[in-house]
Ligand binder design. Structure first.
Ligand SMILES: [Zn+2]
Length: 227
């Protein structure tokens, strides 16, 4: 609502670079979609799915993700979902998906959801599932993960510390509907050490759902420095 009002008052500008016009300009859109690739964290945490991302987490890509996640710039959700879809399609060329599979967002903590007032990754996962279906794939959004407990802020923690902080922090909700298939595609915004995605895959495996593949909009340099 506030965004709609501000759009009437202020000229719209790209949230990635500030140029006047669309919320994600052509140049920033190109940065988001130019380099889909497999970018694995180093070291690879045990049980980590294959991690594919649309772009490195730098410059306008980083600014777009932060504006979306931290400041509720939902106007760029479509562009971010397009980048995720491209990363998924690139990954599927190497590892074709099953006929039907679950698209599972990595959940934000309740504290983060309350503070931000929206579920940024959940919204992206819904758009990704829709877009993949548009390509004729049997993708179905499945909210198969929830926080089992609150975790401390990950910022500034090493990979080992993150893994310890996150161990057992996610679970499949007891009341969740049956997954659409035995296999899941994990979706998150950024991969850094891979600790969150490894924990997500562990929680799904514990409930009998495999998660061989994860897609993120971006990967930090830490995520692929030496790969
Ligand atoms: Zn831009």
């Amino acid at each position: 609502m506030l965004t709609a009002v501000l759009d009437l008052v202020l000229p719209a500008a790209c949230v990635g670079c500030g140029v006047k016009g669309a919320s994600c300009c052509a140049g920033c859109h190109a940065s988001l979609t130019a380099a889909p690739a497999r970018r694995m964290p180093v070291p690879v945490p045990p049980g980590l799915p294959d991690c594919w991302s649309a772009a490195p987490y730098t410059g306008s890509v980083r600014r777009l993700i932060l504006a979306y996640k931290e400041r509720g710039a939902v106007a760029v959700a479509g562009a971010l979902a397009e980048a995720l879809t491209l990363a998924a399609l690139t990954a599927f060329a190497w590892r074709p998906p099953l006929e039907r599979f679950a698209v599972v967002p990595v959940p934000s903590s309740r504290r983060v959801r309350r503070g931000r007032g929206h579920d940024p990754v959940g919204r992206l996962a819904a758009l990704v599932a829709e877009r993949l279906r548009g390509f004729g794939l049997g993708a179905e959004l499945w909210h198969g993960l929830e926080q089992a407990r609150e975790v401390t802020d990950q910022a500034g923690l090493s990979g080992a510390e993150r893994a310890e902080n996150l161990a057992g922090s996610l679970q499949v909700p007891q009341a969740v509907k049956t997954p659409p298939g035995p296999c899941a595609l994990l979706v998150d915004d950024v991969v850094t050490t891979g600790a969150t995605l490894a924990e997500a895959a562990r929680a799904l495996r514990a409930a009998g759902v495999s998660a061989p593949l994860a897609v993120t909009v971006a990967a930090t340099r830490l995520a692929y420095r030496r790969s």
